[in-house]
Design a protein around this ligand. Structure first.
Ligand code: SF4
Ligand code: SF4
Length: 373
């Protein structure tokens, strides 16, 4: 919180940067301008990971931040893809590659990326927490932590076994706050109980909270006519005590201005309104897919899972536009693997941070769009 009592904890996630799709490259000038605008608005945190944008995210950190600014002007978060390691020595190999890609020896926060049950077992098997400790002791990172996608119970166990951890990066947003799959609230309370710092990812749930059903939209507008749905989502997470940083993937200049505008913490009646919106969102039949595409690489049949889920959700949201959506689906299936190609292997499901039962939903998509409907 700053001197005037207002809050702004927005970190710049280098996850969805502006791209020149035709040239197959990032728009470096546009990223430079966004970095300058973000720092000028009082932001200091940049976040990257080995796997983001196939390595281009780290290159963007080097070109647009590290090579252009002194490290006293910013803080940097990097993550180790521990799940790709096959030995303790692999940790050092990835770390050195990350240092090189980012053009720096030092990270303000160094994390294990994406701990869940499966990746936690890998982390223990290859002593990846020891690697984190050694990085910190060697002065190569100021704080250490992990990003997390699993139950609050497992999180509690990990933090009991690893009190050396300083920071946990959690998926928190008002729609997942009471979710039985994501357990945002329970995970948040667990991290606070252990006295660790909370960093937040997915505050707008991959952009899905930017557009709300009409009734919810109306309710929020009746309270604050000048707040957008994104403002509401960001203000919810930033108002939580103990949250130090909220990462936001920004790829347009206007998002910098919107996300960096300081505001006062939400009041009880505003939090109640968001609980009502969350109830409406969960009463619908939409698939809670954020479009992150983490599942896609693991599908042996190359099914464009999030694209099918997006079409399905559009049909649920706007059934009167059936005549427009079905031809798009038909066109899409003509050029891509069809949902019927799904062999229910569930390899995608272990990589979905939203814990979606993808194979069941893919079948539902197919049934919904089948020609005889
Ligand atoms: S369950 Fe279906 S969609 Fe998922 S990876 Fe297997 S084939 Fe692909
Ligand atoms: S199904 Fe899950 S992993 Fe795949 S895009 Fe959606 S949220 Fe991401």
């Amino acid at each position: 919180m700053n001197k005037t009592g207002t809050i702004n904890k927005t970190g710049f996630g280098f996850l969805r940067l502006p791209e020149d799709k035709e040239a197959g490259a990032l728009r470096w000038d546009a990223i430079d301008q966004m970095v300058d605008a973000y720092l000028a608005a009082g932001g200091i945190w940049f976040d990257t990971c080995y796997t983001y944008m196939d390595g281009l995210s780290e290159e963007a950190i080097r070109r647009c931040v590290v090579n252009r600014k002194g490290h006293n002007q910013y803080k940097l978060i990097e993550k180790l893809p521990g799940y790709l390691c096959h030995s303790y020595e692999d940790c050092a190999r990835y770390f050195q590659e990350e240092q090189k890609r980012c053009g720096t020896d030092f990270f303000d926060v160094f994390m294990l990326h994406w701990l869940n049950q499966e990746n936690y077992e890998i982390a223990e098997q290859y002593d990846e927490f020891r690697f984190l400790r050694e990085i910190k002791e060697a002065g190569l990172a100021e704080r250490i932590g992990f990003s997390y996608h699993d139950s609050a119970d497992l999180l509690d166990t990990i933090l009991q076994r690893h009190p050396e951890i300083d920071v946990v990066l959690l998926q928190i947003n008002y729609a997942d706050w009471e979710s039985a799959g994501i357990e945002s609230r329970k995970c948040y309370e667990t991290v606070i109980k252990h006295g660790k710092s909370v960093f937040v990812m997915e505050p707008v749930k991959g952009g899905t909270l930017a557009e709300l059903p009409p009734k919810s939209e109306e309710l929020l507008r009746s309270i604050h006519p000048d707040w957008s749905a994104v403002d509401w989502a960001l203000r919810f997470v930033q108002s939580l005590p103990g949250v130090e940083l909220v990462l936001s993937g920004m790829n347009r200049m206007e998002q910098i201005e919107q996300n960096l505008t300081p505001f006062n913490a939400l009041e009880a009646k505003e939090i109640d309104a968001l609980a009502a919106v969350s109830m409406e969102l969960h009463s619908g039949t939409s698939i809670p897919c954020t479009g992150c595409r983490y599942c896609v690489d693991y599908c042996p049949e190359n099914i464009a899972i999030p694209d099918y889920f997006r079409l399905y959700n559009e049909l649920q949201k706007w059934p009167e536009e059936d005549w427009k959506i079905r031809p798009v689906y038909k066109q899409f299936t003509a050029h891509n693997a069809k949902p019927t190609a799904c062999i229910a292997c569930k390899s995608c499901e272990t990589h979905c941070p939203q814990h979606i039962k993808i194979s069941d939903y893919i079948r539902k998509v197919e049934e919904t769009f089948r020609c005889d409907h």
